[in-house]
Design a protein around this ligand. Structure first.
Ligand code: ACO
Length: 334
């Protein structure tokens, strides 16, 4: 039997208040509710109002996670923030979260793995706990994509939303009623730069420093080759889940819930079918929140724990893929 080193002690999430529906988007670009629903399963997404920044959303989710874990900010040994929409290029958004939480001095850094950022963060946090170096780690997935989306580009603007999700990972402890150990059973993370240019924000970095031209061409906004991503997403979400499961010796039908990155309902359905997992076991909220990139899995996890759908002892398989391309899977017994 796998002996987990770490356990999810608490979860939290934050969704900003503005609801932008497909009908709202019909007034902004040439699209329709029917097209968006059929191709993506998204009906509406949340947008952060002016004045709310990435670290605000991350901090709100982190506070909830700390409360659920019955810990205080002073208990944190490490803060990891997965995001591609930081407050600013420097310093890390994680240090603003640290400051806003009133946490003590401890390492705090950002992690750039796009939609897979939360799984990458979870995997890194697990290694620190496994090695005995650290005890309580805050892992946040947060995105304020509405500020980097080109609202004149119908091929991307309909997909994304803003939000934050957080977990506190702590040392393993406690067993389920049938004696199985609770905790993170496996993580598997990977990247492949071959498709690096399929999804990117090309301007504003060292390749094309910010200039009037970059701004005019909107190269500081998201650029995507959607079909490239679609194909690899189906394949790699399946393989990420399968490989994380193989590490535990479990089969897909032994899992209680699949908690997939919410990129597109069709991608989720294809990947679940390939795994042989029935729809009832696949957690979904993309209709309400759209694609919140690194925030999508921790938001989904938090919502389903709070609603009581995921119960103590349930096994959850998480999987994500995003720009990079980077992808990963994690199996956890709650
Ligand atoms: N409304 C109406 N028509 C649209 C829209 C829109 N919002 N967007 C594109 N179209 C049009 C296209 O212009 C095209 O028209 P044409 O045939 O006249 O040229 C037509 O619809 C079909 O376009 P496709 O790109 O072939 O549509 P597809 O079925 O591939 O769906 C989509 C596009 C939804 C982007 C899909 O490719 C996808 O979901 N890809 C994955 C991308 C993704 O999830 N990215 C998020 C980040 S990565 C991640 O999270 C995994």
């Amino acid at each position: 039997m796998i002996t987990p080193a770490s356990r999810i002690l608490g979860t939290g999430s934050y969704l900003p208040p503005i609801v932008r529906t497909n009908l709202d988007l019909e007034k902004m670009v040439e699209t329709s509710d029917a097209w968006i629903m059929e191709r993506t399963g998204i009906r509406e997404r949340r947008i952060a109002p002016e004045g709310i920044v990435t670290s605000d959303m991350a901090t709100a989710a982190a506070k909830q996670a700390l409360e659920a874990a019955e810990l205080s900010p002073a208990d944190l040994d490490l803060i990891i923030v997965g995001t591609v929409t930081p407050d600013m290029p420097m310093p890390a958004t994680a240090v603003f979260v640290q400051q806003k939480l009133g946490a003590r001095s401890c390492p705090a850094f950002d992690l750039s793995a796009a939609c897979a950022g939360f799984i990458f963060g979870l995997s890194i946090a697990d290694q620190f706990i496994r090695s005995g170096v650290m005890k309580n780690i805050l892992v946040v997935g947060v995105e304020l994509l509405s500020r980097v989306v080109n609202w004149e580009d119908r091929t991307t603007c309909v997909l994304f939303g803003d939000g934050a999700g957080a977990v506190i990972l702590g040392p393993q402890g406690g067993a389920t009623a049938n004696g199985k150990l609770r905790g993170l059973l496996s993580t598997k993370i990977q990247s492949d730069g071959e498709l690096a240019c399929s999804l990117m924000i090309p301007g504003g970095g060292s390749v094309s420093p910010m200039s009037a031209e970059i701004l005019e061409q909107k190269r500081h906004k998201v650029h995507m080759r959607g079909q490239d991503i679609f194909k690899v997403a189906v394949k790699n979400l399946y393989s990420a889940t399968k490989e994380a499961l193989d590490m535990t010796g479990m089969k897909a039908d032994e899992v209680d819930w699949i908690c997939p990155h919410q990129a597109n309902l069709r991608i989720i359905d294809f990947a679940a079918t390939r795994l042989g997992v029935p729809k009832e076991k696949v957690l979904v909220n993309i209709d309400r929140v759209g694609n919140t990139s690194s925030a999508s899995i921790p938001i989904l996890l938090d919502e389903n724990l709070r609603s009581g759908k995921i119960r103590t002892g349930d096994t959850v398989a998480m999987c994500a893929l995003g720009a990079g391309i980077s992808w990963g899977g994690a199996i956890v017994r709650m």
